[in-house]
Design a protein around this ligand. Structure first.
Ligand code: KDG
Ligand code: MG
Length: 403
């Protein structure tokens, strides 16, 4: 089998997405998600100008060699743009292999390690009352795990909350990023009170998660982790900037709240020390940004040695193709932890045809060959890309801070 053509599809059904479609001489094509929120065209151009020409003529079954060709072979390594492009190609190759052999991808990765996959969703409100209502809505929908984010008294903007009643979408259409503002002490004073109320309102069995979005110093994160201990979180995510790996040593000594990190990592080298020193409990890398299924299997194996589980990033700013790839990966590995699932806009689901079933907070896999995902290419064309950026974040005195 040979790759004869590959194209990049940039479209915006509900929001911007980048997809690679790789075609073979046997009429089979594979799809891969190459979306990097706010930097979409960099990945699309890298794929079109530099990677696709080298793919033509290759056998899609040689996915391991193709992966190393694009990772080691180019000399320049790592980085979100590079790894997202490689990840999209790798996903599409596994999709082709599954379709060619007429099996779902998980069967090629080790088969079924579980019958269903637990997902967590997001509940967010502008204040405590609205947040509790939103958690109740998600519980009523059957979710057993909910990420809780809330507006903080005295703060205008906060990560994860939209100021109108619409669902949260951080990337704003425009020629440059909007600016948000942040006050760590107001946030730290409020979050334990919020979780006290949430735990008091809902059963002890409900899994609660929270994302600090890289905004704290290690000692601030230590305080938060410690104060949240009575409320028994499933995980506390991205407390300190993810690249500040030494900081996890300090944080870990102070709290038994489980820690999750990794949505902005893109290679095994980003999480190797955190895993081997047992400084985290969940690795949040996702298939698209982590360079594909091929390296993610290796990361899961390393994490498994230390009983660290996966919790793949699955925001609505990655396409359903990435979600499908995460589900195949999560089905096959032993140390699956949980899958993030925010849901998608209706328009997104009109373009991406998703075959896996979702009910009561759990995914079950379809037996469709490959990744079990397809696209309506004609509909996709109707929704044109619009430049959009993630916000930047400043402290109230104007200092640039992590968003
Ligand atoms: O594009 C950025 C989002 O994917 C990110 O803000 C979402 O932190 C996130 C999460 O945990 O889903
Ligand atoms: Mg996050």
């Amino acid at each position: 089998m040979k790759i004869i053509k590959a194209e990049v599809i940039v479209c915006a059904p509900g929001r911007n997405f980048v997809t690679i479609k790789i075609e073979t001489d046997q009429g089979i094509y594979g799809l891969g998600d190459a979306t990097l929120n706010g930097r979409e065209l960099a990945v699309a151009t890298y794929l079109e100008k530099h990677l696709i020409p080298c793919l033509i003529g290759r056998d899609p079954f040689d996915s391991e060699d193709i992966w190393h060709y694009f990772y080691r072979g180019v000399y320049w390594r790592r980085g979100a743009v590079n790894m997202t492009a490689i990840g999209a190609i790798d996903m599409a190759l596994w999709d082709i292999k599954g379709k060619a052999l007429d099996v779902p991808v998980y069967k090629l990765l080790g088969g079924k390690s579980r019958q269903k996959l637990m997902a967590y969703t997001h509940a967010q409100g502008r204040d405590m009352e609205e947040t509790i209502d939103k958690v109740a809505e998600k519980v009523a929908q059957g979710y057993q795990a909910v990420r809780v984010q809330s507006g903080v008294p005295g703060m205008k903007d906060i990560y994860g909350i939209s100021n109108d009643k619409k669902s949260y979408e951080p990337a704003i259409i425009g020629q440059k990023p909007i600016e948000e503002s942040w006050n760590t002490s107001k946030y730290l004073n409020y979050i334990p009170k919020l979780f006290s109320k949430v735990r008091e309102t809902f059963s002890d069995d409900l899994h609660l998660l929270h994302d600090a979005h890289h905004r704290l110093t290690p000692i601030e994160a230590a305080r938060l982790g410690k104060e949240l201990e009575p409320f028994n979180l499933f995980w506390l995510e991205d407390t300190i900037p993810a690249e500040l790996q030494e900081g996890f040593k300090l944080l870990r000594q102070h709290t038994s709240t489980p820690l999750a990190v990794g949505e902005i990592f893109n290679t095994i080298y980003d999480c190797q020390d955190l895993i081997t020193n047992q400084l985290i409990d969940y690795i949040r890398m996702t298939i698209a940004h982590g360079g594909g299924i091929t390296p993610m299997l290796k990361i899961a194996s390393l994490a498994g040695l230390y009983h660290i589980k996966t919790g793949c990033h699955g925001p609505s700013d990655l396409s359903p193709i990435n979600l499908a790839a995460c589900l195949h990966f999560g089905t096959a590995i032993n140390n699956f932890g949980i899958q993030e699932y925010m849901g998608y806009a209706d328009l997104t689901m009109e373009v991406f045809k998703f075959s896996h079933d979702f009910k009561n907070g759990f995914f079950t896999m379809s037996e469709a060959p490959g990744l079990g995902i397809d696209m309506d290419f004609e509909k996709a064309k109707k929704h044109q890309y619009k430049q959009a950026y993630l916000p930047v974040n400043r402290l109230e005195d104007g200092t640039l801070h992590s968003w």
